[in-house]
Structure formats: structure tokens, C-alpha cells
Design a protein around this ligand. Structure first.
Ligand code: ADP
Ligand code: MG
Length: 240
């Protein structure tokens, strides 16, 4: 579903991604961990070409992301993304936040888009907030709206960039629960997170990045109990 082959990326003179090779199968849940500044967000953002790669090959489904000829808007319909800071439209009601893209991008009728929005709001447990504005919701509720908004586009892949990092501790669980449900339903997911409990429980594979490289890649059982690389060991000692 996602394939990085010898991917390099530079920001000007700064070499941010170095020789990235990563294959993710349909239905797989891959959790990306690593120190701040190691390139996790950049790698994630390359998948839907929010960032362009410098060289190598990056393939998502049937699309060559690295190819300038690829219709990126078409490709992005298949990829939902959830950010640390929810990124909801503050002046739009919850339901309108969710129906906007299906109506504008997929050309869906308003009534159908609203039915789909309500379905996903119910799925994330906040159908009663449909007519509220984002500012009237808690952080955890806003993030669940952001997830519902992503799902309403019926993506094949969901990308999460530290979705719980901006939340008060008591709200982290409700967002992780929604993500767990998605994972169990077979969604292909790439999740950057510091929630090691989530990684341990839900990931099929943990990818550890440091200084722009994938240093280690292993099933969570192996990664957490017996990391092979010294850098991974040091990182785990700091965060666990
Ligand atoms: P992480 O998500 O692991 O914290 P990032 O991918 O955000 O890491 O950043 C990796 C490195 O690239 C950091 O050193 C960061 O300062 C740098 N960086 C990120 N975005 C940009 C940008 N748009 N321009 C220049 N440097 C950037
Ligand atoms: Mg980041």
C-alpha cells in the first residue's frame, strides 16, 4: 500500500530523510517513534506529498507520489490525515467541518454527506455535538471530530501525526480508543506517537527513527523487550 525505496529528502542544505526504505501492507498498523527532530513528521507528510521527496521512489496504492505527473488531488482522496492540532475550521459547525470535503471534493449531495457525517460522529461517540462549534468542544472531542472528518472521505490510509500530544492526559484515552477500533477494523494506519502503550498493543510493526534514518523496525513485542540497536535502547530508556 505504501512503499518507500531509497527515499532522500533535503530542506535546503539540511538532509532530513536519509535512505528511507519502508514497505507497508494493506491493513497494517505501523507506529513510528523516535526523538524530536528525527524526521517522523516529514516522512509522514511525504506520503500525501505535503512534502516532496528529493530522490528515490515513493508509491502509495497505484500512485507514484514522486512522479510530477501524478494527480495529487486524486491520490489525496484516499489518504486521511490527523494532526496534533486538530486543524478544524473554527467558524464552521462540527457537521459542516465533516461534510465540506465530501461535498466539494467528491461532489456528494449535502443530504448524503450529512448522513455519512452523522454515521462517523456516532462512530467516534459524539453525534450529540454535530451542531456545536469546535470551540465548544474539549480537545479530545475536537480530535475525534478530526478523525470523523478524515473517515468521511472513505480513505484507504489514515496518517496520524502525534494525535494525542496536544491533549490533556484525561482525554488521551478516548482518542486512542477510536484509533484502536479503526485498527481492528483493518484500516491501513501510520501513526507517529509517543504513546508506547498504544504502540505495544496495536502496532503490527514499530519503526524507530533517529537523525533522518530508520534505525530499527520490529514487531512491538520484540522492539520493546529486546531492541537490537543501541540508539533504540537509549530512546526507550528515556521514554519508558
Ligand atoms: P519530528 O517529527 O521527528 O520531530 P520533523 O520531521 O518535524 O521531525 O523535522 C525533522 C528535522 O527537519 C528537524 O530538524 C526540523 O527542524 C527540520 N525541518 C522540519 N520542517 C522543516 C522545514 N519546512 N524547513 C526546514 N527544516 C525543517
Ligand atoms: Mg513531528
Amino acid at each position: 500500500m505504501i512503499s518507500f525505496q531509497q527515499v532522500e529528502k533535503h530542506y535546503g542544505d539540511f538532509h532530513v530523510l536519509k535512505g528511507i526504505n519502508l514497505q507497508i501492507k494493506q491493513g497494517e498498523v505501523v507506529v513510528v517513534v523516535g526523538p524530536s527532530g528525527s524526521g517522523k513528521s516529514t516522512m509522514l507528510r511525504c506520503i500525501n506529498r505535503l512534502e516532496a521527496i528529493t530522490s528515490g521512489e515513493l508509491i502509495v496504492g497505484d500512485y507514484k507520489v514522486h512522479d510530477k505527473k501524478t494527480d495529487i488531488n486524486e491520490m489525496r482522496r484516499d489518504i486521511g490525515m490527523v494532526f496534533q492540532h486538530f486543524n478544524l475550521y473554527p467558524h464552521k459547525k462540527v457537521i459542516d467541518n465533516i461534510t465540506l470535503a465530501p461535498i466539494k471534493v467528491r461532489g456528494m449531495a449535502k443530504k448524503e454527506a450529512e448522513e455519512i457525517a452523522m454515521y462517523y460522529l456516532e462512530k467516534v461517540g459524539i453525534q450529540d455535538k454535530a451542531q456545536s462549534f469546535p470551540s465548544q468542544l474539549s480537545g479530545g472531542q475536537q480530535q475525534r471530530v478530526a478523525i470523523a472528518r478524515g473517515l468521511a472521505m472513505k480513505p484507504k490510509i489514515m496518517l496520524f501525526d502525534e494525535p494525542t500530544s496536544a491533549l490533556d492526559p484525561e482525554m488521551v484515552g478516548e482518542v486512542l480508543d477510536v484509533m484502536k477500533t479503526l485498527a481492528h477494523e483493518g484500516m491501513t494506519m501510520v501513526v507517529v506517537t509517543h504513546e508506547m502503550g498504544f504502540a505495544r498493543e496495536v502496532a503490527d510493526r514499530v519503526v524507530f527513527m533517529d537523525k533522518g534514518q530508520i534505525v530499527e523496525e520490529a514487531p512491538p513485542g520484540e522492539f520493546f523487550s529486546n531492541p537490537r540497536e543501541e540508539r533504540a535502547r537509549l530512546f526507550l530508556n528515556r521514554v519508558l
